[in-house]
Design a protein around this ligand. Structure first.
Ligand SMILES: Cc1cc2nc3c(=O)[nH]c(=O)nc-3n(C[C@H](O)[C@H](O)[C@H](O)COP(=O)(O)OP(=O)(O)OC[C@H]3O[C@@H](n4cnc5c(N)ncnc54)[C@H](O)[C@@H]3O)c2cc1C
Length: 471
């Protein structure tokens, strides 16, 4: 069967469905092709949403532990893993079917199947229920996301070696778990299992957890992880793995070059994600990919084939859901003929560990590397009333400022709820707010948001709760 559509979106993740829905709202006739039965993509099915549901449980378990310090002791929690898994699956099911429903309400033509390009204006769709369809299009948006990276030499066939998808299925609560990779996904999932009762260790190749993130922010998290985890192995790498009776034997080369061997109940391999365009038929189009496998696009998200656009994880870093959605909306507007471009001043990044870490705009390191004139101001949460009431003084709010214009260039926050707080910083950066704006905005008391206002006051040497005279 063959039919025509004005716009086809390939891939129904947060990038693809945001693009498809806005295009429909702008009056286009839209077809959305996706492998899963509803839109949602990695984010809703196998990423952001299920992991955050489980991290919410981890936070609750951690707080019941902390409560001992406040004179309240709970009995050891009983964990019904089947019920927990069902609850998490229900969250995913409700959200994905809800997103599917608003697509139907918009009369989006949703096809479950795998699409590949036959030419610059034609797709072949292998439908999940069987059969193929040919689809001619005026414009296409590629939003196929990314895939899990593996290390071929460590690929062993074992149910005891988890990846981010299978770890979210909670097969059981391992007695011991080795997380390979100290990036955000490994640390988030590691902290879920640690809170559920596993003895968790982490091995990271570089010299610190969360490579690339600001050390001022990471230090608080690293301290907490050191307290809670069995072992943190930095500058170390896994060189061999094999399944043994009731576990996985892992050889790790440590920072002194010594090889140690340990048996873990389970291993979670979490070394990142990568683009993968194999099977997409790009050779039948004029689309170019770069040396790292990402589809090359311009500021309007257009590929090197003029009627085809690419957004989200497949179009480059940062590989984050909100970046994908924003790019998707830009693509839809460009196709509708609007003069728009993807030019954010700050894309927030959040690590939902405990404490959370969030940043947006330029980091201190980037400012230094790019020789941007900047001043750094910090407000430690030890001086925040709200942090004291929460018994969460382990945090910091940090601003990167242009000293001449006083404009906010970047913000970093470590602390409980940093992921929610960062939005104020993103708005300030996007609106070109200066530190006087932040200082003069009345923030509600007692809240953690006051730490942003007080960090701005530090810039002027006028913070109420810490004494830092202007230099
Ligand atoms: C464990 C985990 C936790 C994460 N947590 C966060 C978080 O907290 N915050 C955050 O911002 N990001 C998070 N991410 C990253 C986030 O999930 C991705 O950045 C985001 O999903 C990318 O969106 P996308 O639209 O580009 O693609 P995806 O969400 O990957 O969706 C692409 C879809 O296209 C489908 N597809 C692929 N090929 C084809 C084809 N040929 N035809 C039809 N359909 C196809 C795929 O099946 C998939 O459903 C997390 C990821 C993981 C794995």
């Amino acid at each position: 069967m063959s039919f025509r559509t004005q716009l086809v979106v390939v891939g129904g993740g947060p990038g693809g469905y945001a693009a498809a829905y806005l295009a429909s709202d702008l009056g286009m006739q839209v077809t959305l092709v996706n492998l899963d039965k509803n839109p949602g993509g990695v984010c809703l099915y196998r990423g952001c949403i299920p992991s955050k549901a489980l991290l919410h449980v981890a936070k609750l378990l951690n707080e019941t532990e902390d409560a001992k310090n406040w004179g309240i002791e709970f009995a050891k929690p009983k964990i019904d893993l089947d019920k927990l898994r069902n609850w998490k699956n229900n969250v995913v099911e409700k959200l994905t079917s809800g997103v599917g429903l608003v697509g139907k309400q918009r009369k989006i033509n949703f096809i479950q199947g795998k699409a590949s390009f036959a030419s610059s204006s034609k797709l072949i769709i292998e439908k999940t229920g069987g059969g193929t369809e040919e689809l001619e299009f005026e414009n296409a948006i590629i939003a196929i996301g990314s895939v899990i990276t593996t290390i071929p030499s460590l690929n062993i066939k074992s149910d005891r070696v988890l990846n981010s998808t299978t770890a979210l299925d909670l097969p059981e609560i391992p007695k011991s778990l080795l997380v390979i990779g100290g990036g955000y996904i490994g640390l988030e999932l590691g902290s879920v299992y640690q809170a559920l009762g596993s003895k968790v260790s982490v091995v990271e190749m570089t010299s610190g957890l969360l490579p690339g993130a600001d050390r001022d922010l990471v230090n608080y998290l690293a301290k907490k992880i050191k307290e809670k985890y069995e072992k943190v192995m930095l500058n170390s790498k896994v060189v061999e793995m094999k399944e043994v009776k009731n576990g996985v034997s892992v050889k790790i080369q440590d920072q002194d070059g010594k090889t140690i061997e340990e048996v873990y109940d389970y291993v979670l391999m979490s070394i990142g994600r990568k683009p993968d365009t194999s099977g997409l038929g790009l050779e039948n189009t004029n689309i170019k990919i770069n040396e790292r496998g990402w589809i090359v696009t311009d500021k309007q998200t257009r590929t090197t084939d003029k009627n085809i656009f690419a957004i989200g994880d497949i179009a480059g870093e940062p590989m984050l859901a909100h970046k994908a959605s924003h790019e998707g909306r830009v693509a839809a507007e460009v196709i509708a003929g609007h003069k728009v471009a993807f030019e954010p001043l700050g894309i927030p990044a959040v690590v939902f560990t405990d404490p959370e870490i969030a940043w947006a705009g330029i980091t201190e390191n980037q400012a230094r590397e790019q020789k941007i004139n900047h001043t750094v101001v910090k407000f430690p949460w030890a001086a925040s009333g709200r942090a004291a009431t929460l018994d969460r003084k382990d945090g910091i709010t940090k601003l990167i400022v242009d000293p001449d214009t006083e404009r906010l260039l970047g913000i970093g926050i470590c602390g409980s709820g940093a992921g929610e707080l960062i939005a104020e910083g993103v708005l300030a950066i996007e609106m070109g707010a200066n530190l006087t704006d932040l200082k003069l905005t009345i923030h509600p008391h007692p809240t953690l948001s006051e730490t942003i206002m007080e960090a701005a006051e530090v810039f002027f040497g006028q913070s109420t709760h810490i004494y830092r005279p202007k230099r």
